[in-house]
Ligand binder design. Sequence first.
Ligand SMILES: *Cc1c(COP(=O)(O)O)cnc(C)c1O
Length: 422
Amino acid sequence: MSTNLSWFARACQVAPGGVNSPVRAFKSVGGSPYFVERGAGAYVFDVEGRRYIDFVQSYGASILGHAHPRVVEAAQRAAGLGTTFGAPTPGEVLLAEEICARVPGCEQVRLVSSGTEAAMSAVRLARGATGRDRVVVFSGCYHGHSDGLLAGGGSGVATLGLPASAGVARAAVADTLVAPYNVVPEIGDDVAAVVVEPIAANMGLVPPAPGFLEGLREACTRAGALLVFDEVITGFRVGPGGASLLLGVTPDLWCFGKVVGGGLPLAAFGGRRDVMEQLAPDGPVYQAGTLSGNPVATAAGLAVLSLLDEGAYHDLSAYTGRLAAGLAAAFAGAGLAVQVPVAGPLLGLFFGDQPVRDYEGARASAATGLYPGLMHGLLDRGVAIAPGPYEILFPSLAHGEAELQATVEAAGVAAVRLVDGA
Ligand SMILES: *Cc1c(COP(=O)(O)O)cnc(C)c1O
């Protein structure tokens, strides 16, 4: 019989934790995952035929909603022409042109297969281009799971990184400095790169404080360090040119992922021509990939970008604002103190009565222990949000008024249930 539980039991036999990425396992919220059979627009359907309004949307990889006909058609067409060659294809050029045209200051890109690879490679490039080793990151930001970027720090102050995972050598993070988000740290002249999510979206949603990104830009320029915006979530989601154009701060390097691959494994890093020219084969910084610039993925990415114009972003942000207002009212009505921050089309949830500015605040929200109850309360009512308190909600362009009303209604009931401890 095909049930979520039976699939999970089988998965646990052959895959660690039954999943291929840890947060999918429901460890931090309890219970076990629904197994998705298919998606359509705003919805996913599990193997038992249950339907959920989906705000996970592949953690932001999907912006048009699931199985958009134009994307499906583009991927099918590309697949029919051959799925990988090991020689350059026109699709790579078209996607690179599209990215550079949309993001002012980004003159060249290299396509890779995941956001992890993009961030890891951007750091290598920055080190190669500057001849320096040190990298500065911020607590609560996520840049994928490469060794040098899996560093944890102390709270409240900038500290040298400690391995944030077993298996990461101390030496691998010895040159990674971890600073609190939203405070401009000292940038010494030994720093190769300052890597930051311009709108932090991996500790819940934490927008940049006024002056934070401008301060980083100035400090980097003064120190001769490269500013790297990790726009794997924000790129092509918060607006046509991502966070840099929206917020008016231009980094030296960008990392893109999620939306840009149209739901297929594709990501990119890019930047100023003089920096990007340091990459092999033009320069001494080595970076490569068998499936980089994959023709099916570039076709899907191009199809998605072709549907993302100013109007689409305007609609998605307006929708998200209405959803946030509805959710905030529902929580308030239930007597549950929840912050519902938004940044354009991004929406977060924090428990507490104060806005969250950094990882310490995000951790305090998670420590209330309320997220699992809310998440399951929503899931029971047909609304899927991510099974972890540090994730955000991703409304898509396929979400409409009916889904908004249903979500707000479900949130109200789930919040009452949570307050009553039922
Ligand atoms: C998702 C994410 C990554 C990692 O991307 P993967 O494709 O999962 O490797 C890196 N940076 C940010 C900001 C992300 O949200």
